[in-house]
Design a protein around this ligand. Structure first.
Ligand SMILES: [Zn+2]
Length: 225
């Protein structure tokens, strides 16, 4: 039913449903939901349970009017999340390639910076979302590799198009991959297979293997505006 294999944690879903995520994380989540029926249904359940909590809260006598209004709003059918995949729209251009963007990113199209080249046949474009985390589009050409690295903070990667692999798995469109300081990996693409991802970092990467450690000064490139 779905080809998405990696999802946000239940805690992250709950915080999203409660409107408790920072703007950049919310964009990542909204974009994932456009690919993932399972998480859309889970958000639907969570929102329904919040509604139940509100409904079961006893009304104060002085706030009858407000309570009545609230119960009227809550009794209206919730906007259906639907079971059909949400169509994606908008185009991101890179060289002679065009990628369709999730709607969550369409709204931020004017905040996408120019593409710049990084070592290892990688290109990136910064997305200015505010907040302290840094959001980037990362485009990996076919048969390219990012040197093995650890994370000094949290790294969230959402695959938008194509596929990449690391030591642990293979990741395709919609996959939501969370890496922490405990994870170490070296993402790569196969010959003939490129990959466009959206990443959110809250600290620079740290390259760990051989000559790649010389790249550590470059890791700031993934992190700066
Ligand atoms: Zn999901």
């Amino acid at each position: 039913m779905t080809n998405v294999h990696f999802h946000p944690s239940d805690d992250t879903l709950a915080r999203y449903a409660a409107g408790d995520l920072d703007p950049a994380s919310s964009i990542m989540m909204s974009a994932h939901l456009e690919y993932c029926i399972n998480c859309r249904l889970r958000i639907d359940e969570l929102e329904a349970s919040y509604t139940q909590v509100l409904e079961s809260t006893p009304a104060e006598p002085m706030t009858c009017g407000l309570t009545e209004m609230l119960s009227q709003i809550l009794s209206q059918p919730a906007e259906p999340l639907g079971v059909e995949p949400v169509p994606i729209s908008g185009v991101l251009k890179l060289d002679n390639k065009e990628f369709h963007l999730p709607r969550a990113l369409q709204r931020h199209k004017d905040e996408i910076g120019p593409w710049s080249r990084l070592p290892g046949k990688i290109q990136r474009a910064y997305v200015s979302t505010g907040g302290k985390s840094k959001m980037n589009f990362i485009y990996m050409e076919p048969d390219s590799a990012l040197p093995e690295h650890t994370h000094q903070g949290l790294e969230i990667t959402l695959v938008l198009s194509g596929r990449f692999t690391d030591e642990h798995a293979s990741y395709g469109p919609g996959d939501f991959i969370v890496q922490t300081t405990e994870h170490q990996h070296s993402p790569k693409t196969r010959p003939g297979q490129d990959c466009l991802c959206l990443t959110l970092l809250d600290a620079p990467l740290h390259f760990t293997s051989g000559l790649a450690t010389l790249l550590n000064p470059f890791s700031q490139l993934f992190f700066r505006c």
